[in-house]
Design a protein around this ligand. Structure first.
Ligand code: ATP
Length: 479
């Protein structure tokens, strides 16, 4: 597919953004069809925690694999890593998280509820009541709020049998630091020359207190991050080539969401951080944002982090985290570009963006999740026309032939029309139907052909069973 230009890169020509469907529709479909369940629902649930059901786990795996394929497998200059989650707490001192990974929190003096001050202003709670001076009040009971206090978002835990400060460790709030502390190991083991990247997908934890809006913001979430190490710029104050590399990565990541993941370009935009929003060490940061039902929100941040992380870890550990440049004969500290994406947040976007409702031939509502075939949790459904015993052996033979190649589902319950709807609603790209013409009837031999029905066009084509794999391969990638 040719890439359509996203709205934010074509100012003036921008299409009117179309917001995604309302969140309730997606939350209810996600639960009903086994994508995402509220966590520990039998105990009343748990704020900002969700479980991924049988289809959610497949969708998550497919997004992760699509990212890994684009970022590692199909590139010469990026390798993978899987670093420990619980590690030496000094990592989080060196990275600056112990001192700075904080959010401004306010408490309601009446009901004691706690809020992030910036989220109150950004509309996470809708329109908040205000006092005579325009200061926000508690969105629940209008109570007065305390002055903001900084609150560290990392979870702490104890390692070993003694519960004291010396044995304290952190749950990782991002994946990047495992990459920085392994920079020299990876560079030397793989004999890499700059520029090169190290990629990692992993779970991260943040003590989020703002209501999460489904899986947009959760306590535990998966991230897909890559640190791209390059030569330091000649002029630190005017790093033109470095900023151009940052721009290249921004465009590459935007292309990925549009072409590989299939997100509608009119619901994506780029937002450059203002000077006062940038961290002190960052030369530039651009967010890829999606038009959620409640407005634009971050999907991925691409940060030009300079040499901040390697320098900080080198300083605290006393170990040089440098690269030997053979051309100049000097040891240099590489500069870094970091595209940091949320896997579970992308999953929310994929569900929202794929949702479509259209009338069927009887004028009834047909719900379809129009996933890119590569992402669909179930690629092929094998559906005998009815439960009739004459159809089953051939249908099972077809099913057994396909399941080693694709995630395949077998379903013979209820009418064929209902079963097509069920597969549409979970985004299955192809249904394969076995009927009496396939197996033969009234003493007549069958033609050994089956029908492939396309999810999006609902077109049906008949193909011989011997050519079925080749016909499906044209429609769904093998994965
Ligand atoms: P936000 O401003 O939404 O809190 P952030 O700027 O703190 O996000 P980063 O630290 O840049 O996020 O993390 C990279 C990506 O990880 C985000 O773009 C997002 O997709 C994802 N992410 C961050 N926090 C969460 C969370 N609590 N739940 C789900 N995904 C998250």
């Amino acid at each position: 597919m040719a890439a359509r230009q996203p709205g934010a890169l074509t100012p003036g020509l921008r299409q009117v953004p179309v917001p995604a469907p309302d969140l309730e529709t997606i939350v209810s479909l996600a639960k009903r069809r086994g994508f995402v369940f509220p966590s520990a629902e039998i105990y009343g649930g748990f704020a900002n925690a969700y479980d991924y059901g049988p289809l959610g786990v497949e969708l998550k795996r497919n997004i992760r694999e699509a990212w890994w394929r684009s970022m590692v497998q199909e590139r010469d200059d990026v390798v993978g890593l899987d670093a420990a989650l619980i590690t030496n707490p000094l990592v989080w001192v060196g990275s600056g998280h112990v001192a700075n990974f904080t959010d401004p929190l306010v408490d309601c003096k009446r009901c004691q509820r706690r809020f992030r001050a910036d989220h109150l202003e950004e509309g996470a709670y809708g329109e908040v009541p205000r006092d005579a001076n325009g200061n926000p009040l508690c969105p629940y009971d209008g109570g007065e709020l305390t002055e903001p206090r900084q609150f560290n978002m990392m979870f702490r835990t104890q390692v070993g049998p003694v519960a004291d400060e010396a044995n304290m460790a952190y749950l990782p709030p991002e994946t990047a630091q495992g990459i920085f502390v392994n920079f020299v190991n990876v560079q030397q083991a793989m004999r890499r020359k700059l520029p090169f990247g190290i990629a990692q997908t992993r779970v991260s934890f943040r003590n989020e207190i703002t209501p999460g809006r489904f899986i947009f913001r959760t306590l535990e979430f998966e991230q897909m991050e890559m640190e791209y190490f390059c030569m330091p710029p000649r002029d630190r104050d005017n790093p033109t080539e470095y900023l151009a590399l940052h721009r290249q990565w921004v465009e590459e990541r935007l292309r990925w969401y549009i072409e590989v993941i299939g997100i509608a370009p009119e619901r994506l935009r780029l937002r450059d951080h203002d000077r006062d929003e940038l961290s002190h060490y960052s030369a530039a940061t651009t967010d890829i944002e999606y038009l959620f039902p409640w407005g634009w929100g971050e999907l991925e941040g691409i940060a030009a982090r300079t040499d901040f992380d390697l320098s900080s870890h080198a300083k605290l550990s006393g170990q040089p985290l440098t690269y030997f440049d053979e051309e100049t004969g000097q040891h240099v500290i590489p500069w870094v570009i970091e595209p940091a994406a949320g896997l579970t947040r992308t999953l929310a976007v994929v569900l929202l963006d794929a949702y479509s409702e259209e009338p069927d031939e009887k004028g009834e509502k047909r719900v379809v999740l129009k996933f890119k075939p590569r992402l669909a949790p179930i690629k092929v459904a094998v559906l005998p026309l009815s439960k009739n015993d004459a159809l089953r052996p051939t249908a099972r033979r077809v099913y057994d032939m396909l399941r080693p190649l694709w995630m395949t589902q077998y379903d013979e319950t209820q009418s064929i029309g209902r079963r097509y709807r069920r597969q549409d609603e979970i985004g299955t790209p192809c249904c394969v139907t076995i009927d009496f013409q396939t197996v033969g009837e009234d003493g007549q031999p069958g033609d050994d052909c089956v029908t492939i029905r396309d999810r999006d066009t609902q077109e049906q084509v008949r193909v011989p069973i011997s050519g079925l794999v080749a016909a499906l391969e044209e429609r769904v990638p093998r994965c």
